[in-house]
Write a protein that binds this ligand. Structure first.
Ligand code: ADP
Ligand code: MG
Length: 681
């Protein structure tokens, strides 16, 4: 049992105003009635008028008030799509773009992809008919490459601006510029929290349109003492609420990622099984970015009577998606954040404490359909003293290689004077320029090279784009594109059911290659292809069919892009050629086993570990290149290939010097004569 103490009540608006319909009531209503019940509805005419009167408008309204789903529709209905121009709306998250588009298509009464569509990386669900287009902020950035003035849009809404993602921040500067010379385009910046003034100032004092929120009071509770294991504490709290609090009232738990969600889900299922029959049913549902969309849709289904829903979510549920019927929020106080350490050149995902602003957003999710409660799994002292007021914008903490390449391709050379809402640290900009130079995307004057221009065609990070282009030289584009696709799906390829661990592991080992994990992934794809993309084969081999299908889609798109940059796809079985192409893209991520048996990155001498899932985990070759670092208990290299140090001089002569690559054991470069172990592999 966890001891909570009530600290204070977060005030709501008055009862009368706060009254919103419950999920069950909504279910009975027609779509039209549901739309009318949203807070923005009362401001429909005023909003349309404000858009007519002003070119740029900042919109502020609480989460769930209907900004994302309603405002584009209002403008569509008011005729803002005349002349076949579109209304665009950006979302920082893929899941939000897809789920919101699905919802709006339903409201408009058309099939998704027709009047209403969405576009996310590697998935374009729009057509010529699409008038309302939801897209990730990253996709809009890419659209600038083909349409620098966004001429196909009459309105652009940069939504969830408060999230301050890297791409959204770059978009601010770009759309501000466009609005100056395209007076016919309307620009909306919408945000859920209190940054409106800051946005207004940035956009030349644009007027702010406020949508008054409705919220019931939420009681805030803290733990008496710090919790050592927040996952266990979260699970215990769920059960505690379920057993002591009245129905109806669903629970929302904020966790940091898929793995945590799965862990908590498993143990909750286990615990509730033991209680089966003794307590009311508990429906456990996950929501995170990589969750297949049919599973995502489940969280929006109303809870059956006599049951309770518990939703295990990443911070996607903080503002991007709104789930009705939540009365209890459990907030462990953490989220996953990517950050880049300029000194070590290492980029990784860390679990960090959230900001006070985020904690209050989370709590607010409990007060939408009635008075709510928020249980914070940390002490009131920790809230006051350990949480920052606001999150740090992404642009100030991540690697900028990607956006620098993008901006250079858009012809923006002077990055230091780019119109940033908050400028990135000078140091990170310099590192990004250096890395792009080492990759050959920029010349010594910082100008885009032909290689850089080709790299920018791919919706991938610069290392991956470079790897793909380098495959031309090594005659193995077919293989490299397969590898790139498998790396891009970013979801588990293998699964490991508890009851069949031994079978699953031996199936996985069947694909292993001594060359490394990239080649292993390629083997999986090729074997699956040989079976004509058979689903049964996937099941027999403990391979996720869904992941594979996604990889195939990504692969098709990357092959089409090869044609665009005029690379004729060639195939090669030469493992060295394949690994040289990988090294040509990922040479920064090179580490070497030292004599004490530890891997250290070659450039920065940063200690890293092979990932236990890697097929090279036991092999521990001397030189490896890895795909990325993941940080859990230690810094792990995910997906590694074995390489020869000489290759580094061949693929990155600007970056590596001979003496850095000398082997500590014999103080000499490995001889080129004769075949080494790696070359025989
Ligand atoms: P805001 O952008 O102001 O946070 P939204 O427009 O996202 O608000 O949400 C308005 C309403 O639409 C909410 O009540 C939410 O529950 C509902 N909604 C949003 N997406 C979906 C969906 N995919 N399915 C069902 N309802 C949804
Ligand atoms: Mg929204």
């Amino acid at each position: 049992k966890i001891d909570f103490v009530q600290a204070f009540q977060m005030s709501g608006t008055n009862e009368e105003q706060a009254r919103e319909l419950s999920a069950a009531e909504k279910k009975k209503m027609s779509i039209e009635e549901t739309r009318k019940s949203l807070p923005v509805y009362a401001f429909r005419e005023a909003f349309i008028e404000a858009v007519r009167d002003h070119q740029v408008l900042i919109i502020e309204g609480e989460t769930g008030s209907g900004k994302t789903t309603q405002l584009p529709q209002f403008l569509y209905e008011a005729g803002f799509c005349e002349g076949n121009k579109r209304i665009g709306c950006t979302q920082p998250r893929r899941v939000a773009a897809m789920s919101v588009a699905a919802r709006v298509a339903e409201e408009v009464g058309t099939k998704l992809g027709s009047t209403v569509g969405y576009s996310i990386r590697f998935e374009d669900c729009t057509s010529e008919k699409t008038m309302i287009k939801y897209m990730t902020d990253g996709m809009l950035l890419r659209e600038f490459l083909n349409e620098p003035d966004l001429s196909s849009y009459s309105v652009m809404m940069i939504d969830e601006a408060h999230e301050r993602t890297l791409h959204t921040d770059i978009l601010f500067g770009l759309v501000k510029d466009i609005a100056r010379f395209r007076k016919d385009m309307k620009l909306l910046i919408s945000s859920a929290t209190l940054d409106a003034e800051k946005f207004s100032t940035f956009f030349d004092d644009a007027p702010i349109f406020r949508i008054p929120g409705r919220r019931f009071p939420v009681d805030i509770y803290y733990t008496k003492a710090p919790e050592a294991d927040y996952l266990d504490a979260a699970m215990v709290s769920v059960l505690q609420i379920h057993l002591t609090q009245p129905l109806p009232g669903d629970i929302l738990v904020f966790l940091t990622g898929q793995e945590e969600i799965e862990t908590v889900m498993e143990s909750l299922i286990e615990r509730t099984k033991q209680l089966a029959g003794k307590v009311k049913e508990l429906i456990i549902l996950p929501i995170y970015a990589n969750l297949p969309s049919d599973m995502q849709a489940k969280i929006f289904e109303p809870t059956p009577p006599n049951a309770r829903k518990v939703i295990l979510a990443t911070n996607i549920a903080e503002t991007s998606v709104t789930i009705d019927g939540i009365c209890y929020v459990i907030d462990p106080g953490f989220s996953k954040q990517n950050s880049f350490d300029a000194r070590s050149g290492v980029e990784h995902l860390h679990v960090v404490t959230i900001s006070k602003a985020a904690a209050n957003q989370r709590a607010g999710r409990a007060g939408r359909t009635g008075p709510g409660k928020c249980f914070r799994l940390y002490t009131s002292w920790a809230y006051q003293n350990e949480l920052e007021d606001q999150p740090i914008p992404e642009i100030q903490r991540v690697n900028l290689g990607n956006v620098v390449l993008m901006l250079k391709s858009l012809g923006i050379h002077d990055l230091v004077h780019f119109d940033f809402l908050d400028a990135p640290p000078q140091e990170t900009l310099v590192i990004a320029l250096e890395q792009l130079y080492a990759l050959g995307a920029l010349n010594h004057r910082g100008e885009l090279t032909k290689l850089g221009r080709r790299m920018a065609e791919f919706p991938c990070d610069p290392c991956m784009s470079k790897m793909i282009i380098a495959s031309e030289k090594y005659g193995c584009s077919e293989e490299i594109v397969t590898i790139a696709s498998m790396l891009s799906v970013n979801a588990a390829v293998f699964y490991r059911p508890k009851a069949m661990v031994i079978h699953a592991d031996s199936a996985r080992k069947g694909f292993w290659s001594p060359a490394g994990d990239h080649v292993t992934l390629m083997n999986v794809y090729n074997k699956w292809k040989e079976t004509d993309f058979n689903m049964q084969w996937c099941m027999e081999n403990f391979v996720q069919h869904r992941t594979m299908k996604k990889a195939r889609d990504v692969r098709d798109q990357l092959m089409a892009l090869l044609e665009r940059v005029e690379i004729e796809p060639k195939s090669s079985e030469d493992s060295i050629a394949i690994r040289k192409a990988i090294t040509a893209g990922y040479f920064y991520n090179c580490s070497k086993l030292d004599n004490s048996g530890h891997y250290k990155t070659v450039k920065h001498k940063h200690t890293v570990q092979p990932h236990p899932n890697s097929c090279l985990f036991e092999e521990t070759p001397r030189w490896v290149v890895y795909y990325e670092l993941v940080f859990t208990s230690k810094e792990f290299m995910r997906e590694m290939v074995q390489i020869e140090p000489l290759w580094l001089l061949e693929v990155a002569p600007h970056y590596y010097k001979q003496r850095e690559l000398e082997d500590a054991t014999n103080k000499k470069m490995p001889k080129q004569k004769g075949k080494s172990k790696a070359e025989l592999a």
